[in-house]
Design a protein around this ligand. Structure first.
Ligand SMILES: *Cc1c(COP(=O)(O)O)cnc(C)c1O
Length: 382
């Protein structure tokens, strides 16, 4: 019997009546654009994350784009980020004509390394070609980056901080929730994320009243008093009312799901102890476990493991097979293999195992046993 990588059906089974009722309500009132569910969702998201404003929008990508637009980031600006992330994190920087400047990751957390950030900012400043403007730390696989250290570096250099919390909704860092770990946070409701809708969606979080107003304007074509009064260049960035209704149902069970993810991760940790390195969760951090990933010794071992697990009906995934600095989209930056050795090593050795809140202990045990067996055999032979 094969195990799904992410089981959206199990969740739907549990919530079907509620989700259908929510969809029916939207069909009945017919306010498909910015209907009452959008406002209700934004209130509940803001409460959960612990910020004054949640501005929902059409995707996680737009949730990253809109704050950069609000800040006026553009040509000549350097925005620092990690090459070990999904393309969207750096794509929004390029889209605005600014320059993404990559900074290697910490080898244990896989997140942006604050010490390397400091060095990268100093280098850009001394080169004098670009103006250091902001940093986008990513909470990779659901684990928050080290925001205290990043804020210290950013404060010294006057950098804006935008948290990419696309994978970390629900996570915590020193008692604060992901999305609220920087002056602005962005999350995604793509179906496979910890809190996912049934299409594209996202949200921006902030305590800044003035910024929230600008974000709400950018989201609807730079509207002023209404959408036919346009005071700035914006986008069509709204979240569908139907998706908001679906998210309201899912938010009800989210805290329970987050606990279930902790249970699955803990069980994997126990079974795999000593076999493979896992993502290090420092004290005071809670991961949302968007992915549960392990580091193998090398690419060969990873290929062998993926093949063996596949035969056992266990899917795996590699995030990310090609680091951003080696993507064709950023060829103009002139980066090359060897520029970010930690990211490159992780990219060759990492693999993610099935992870979702509805994995039962027996399934985790079966996956864990299959990983242990394969790695032991492979290492004996090797
Ligand atoms: C998914 C993701 C995004 C983009 O979110 P979309 O909703 O797919 O646009 C951005 N950053 C990271 C790290 C992501 O994982």
């Amino acid at each position: 019997m094969s195990i799904p990588f992410i089981d959206l059906q199990a969740q739907y089974h549990l919530l079907e009546r509620d989700i259908r009722a929510g969809i029916e309500r939207v069909l009945a009132h017919g306010q498909f654009i910015m209907g009452p569910e959008v406002e209700e969702l934004e209130r509940r998201l803001a409460d959960y994350v612990g910020v004054r404003h949640a501005v929902s929008c059409s995707s996680g990508t737009d949730a990253l784009l809109m704050p950069l637009m609000a800040w006026g980031v553009g040509p000549g600006d350097a925005v620092f980020t990690t090459p070990c992330t999904f393309i969207a994190t750096a794509e929004v920087v390029g889209l605005l004509g600014a320059t993404p400047v990559f900074v290697d990751i910490d080898s244990r957390t896989f997140n942006l390394d604050p010490a390397r950030l400091k060095a990268a900012v100093a280098r850009v400043r001394s080169e004098g070609r670009l103006r250091p403007r902001g940093v986008i730390p990513v909470d990779l696989f659901g684990l928050p980056a080290d925001y205290d250290e990043i804020a210290r570096v950013a404060a010294g250099d006057g950098l804006l901080i935008l948290e990419d919390a696309a994978q970390s909704f629900g996570a915590q860092y020193k008692g604060r929730r992901a999305g609220a770990l920087a002056p602005v946070g962005a999350t995604s409701f793509f179906p496979a994320k910890p809190l996912g809708c049934y299409g594209d969606g996202g949200a921006v979080f902030t305590d800044d009243d003035a910024l929230a107003e600008v974000l709400r304007s950018i989201r609807i074509h730079g509207k002023g008093s209404d959408k036919y009064d346009n005071v700035r260049v914006g986008i069509n960035g709204r979240l569908d009312t139907l998706q908001a209704a679906i998210l309201l149902s899912k938010l009800d069970v989210f805290p329970h799901e987050l606990e279930a993810r902790q249970r699955v991760a803990k069980r994997y940790d126990d079974i795999l102890a000593g076999m493979a390195e896992t993502q290090f969760v420092p004290d005071g951090y809670l991961s949302a476990w968007a992915q549960y990933s392990i580091l193998l010794r090398d690419k060969g071992e990873r290929m062998a493991l993926q093949g063996a697990l596949k035969k056992d009906g266990i899917p795996t995934a590699v995030y990310y097979p090609k680091p951003l600095h080696l993507q064709g989209a950023f060829a103009a930056l002139g980066c090359k293999e060897g520029d970010f050795p930690v990211t490159e090593s992780v990219s060759r050795r990492i693999v993610s195992l099935p992870m979702h809140p509805y994995l039962v202990d027996e399934e985790v045990d079966r996956i864990g046993a299959s990983v242990r067996k394969t790695l032991s055999q492979f290492r004996e032979e090797g």
